[in-house]
Every structure is written in structure tokens, then in C-alpha cells.
Design a protein around this ligand. Structure first.
Ligand code: URA
Length: 207
């Protein structure tokens, strides 16, 4: 049953959330990826950070945010005095989607239908972790957590409350910063820290 995602009768637990995405074929991209990349971090985390989808490095290592975007995120954690192992990091989409260019695998943004097909995994993680707050990094995560209608460029640095009561802070995806011209990096990073800092009260494990 799991090849279609989570069957209604399947009890949701951490084993399912960790191992289920690997077997999931609710959309086509899992069949091409090296492996699924489940969420990672403390099960006592008060803050869930949601990215878009695994990149090349994440696909190879099976862990979220270990490539260039993850390194920038780590720099932000350091500047904010957040401990990565006291957070919970995950993605809206659990498999790497790519386009082959010769031997290179180029990141391809997941289709809306693929993000939609993957959403039950993110919702299962939210149901299990019961975070106090979440951060949506970029448009795909924002849409997954808050639905359509919230635009990252205008909503960045602001909190939005989901129907289930979970507050979600919207900001840029680290890859967006990496794509900016070098001359803009420092200012963009400082601005990003200002956004992220709003979530500092939640950046630790449950007391
Ligand atoms: N970008 C993401 O959105 N997630 C990752 O895990 C890595 C890069």
C-alpha cells in the first residue's frame, strides 16, 4: 500500500516517516532518485525548518541540507546561535528531481502535482513532532505549509498561522541567496538573518 503514499489505515509513527518515503511512488520522481531524503533532527525540536527538495548532495547522502544550500544554512545557524541538532530539518518534497545534462544531474523544480503528492509526508511529520513553529524556506515550502496565495518576496520575515494553529515564518530559500551576484551576498545574508531571527524563541528542544 505504501507505494501510493500513506494508506488511511496506516498508523503514523517515526519509523513510517523515516522509512516510508523511500518506498513511496505517489509521484514519479522517486523512481529516478538515488534514495529518499527523510527529515532529520531532534524529535523534541520546537522548530521545524522546511526546504524545497533534496539537491544532488542530499540525494547521494540521504540527509537534508548537506550540500551548498545546507552549508549556508549552517552558517546562519552559527550566526544565530542555533544548534542544528536541536532543530528538525525537512523538505516539502522528499526526492531529488533532476534533468540529465550529459553526465550531470541538474536540479529541476518539482511540479505542483509532485509537491502535492508528497504533502502527506510533511503533514505526518508535523503531526508527530507537533512543533511550536515552522520556517518555510522559499516558495515550494511556503505553498506546502500555507497553500497558494502567500508570496515569499512580499511575505518574507512575517508569520502566518495555519488552520491547525501552527505559526509559519516565511523567508527565502538559501539557494536564492546563492544565486545572487556576489556583490549582494553579504547584505542578503544579513537580511536573511533578520528574517530567521524572529524564530529564535523556538530554536531549541522542548523544556
Ligand atoms: N535544498 C533544499 O531545499 N533542501 C535540501 O535538503 C537541500 C537543498
Amino acid at each position: 500500500l505504501l507505494h501510493e503514499g500513506i494508506a488511511a489505515s496506516t498508523p503514523i509513527d517515526w519509523d513510517l516517516v523515516r522509512d516510508g518515503p523511500e518506498r513511496c511512488r505517489a509521484c514519479p520522481i522517486g523512481a529516478c532518485a538515488t534514495q529518499a531524503v527523510p527529515g532529520e533532527g531532534s524529535r523534541e525540536a520546537q522548530l521545524m525548518i522546511v526546504g524545497e527538495q533534496p539537491g544532488e548532495q542530499e540525494d547521494l547522502q540521504g540527509r537534508p541540507f548537506v550540500g551548498p544550500a545546507g552549508q549556508l544554512l549552517d552558517r546562519a545557524f552559527e550566526a544565530l546561535h542555533w544548534q542544528r541538532d536541536e532543530l528538525y530539518l525537512t523538505n516539502a518534497v522528499k526526492h531529488f528531481k533532476f534533468e540529465l545534462r550529459g553526465k550531470r544531474r541538474l536540479h529541476k523544480t518539482a511540479a505542483l502535482s509532485e509537491a502535492q503528492a508528497c504533502l502527506h509526508w510533511l503533514e505526518a511529520e508535523i503531526a508527530l513532532l507537533k512543533p511550536q513553529a515552522a520556517i518555510a524556506l522559499g516558495a515550494t515550502a511556503t505553498r506546502a505549509l500555507l497553500g497558494p496565495g502567500v508570496k515569499v518576496t512580499t511575505a518574507r520575515g512575517q508569520w502566518f498561522t495555519r488552520a491547525d494553529g501552527l505559526p509559519v515564518l516565511v523567508t527565502l530559500h538559501p539557494s536564492a541567496l546563492l544565486r545572487m551576484p556576489i556583490s549582494e551576498h553579504d547584505a542578503a545574508f544579513e537580511q536573511w538573518l533578520l528574517d530567521l531571527r524572529h524564530a529564535s524563541p523556538f530554536a531549541g528542544v522542548r523544556p
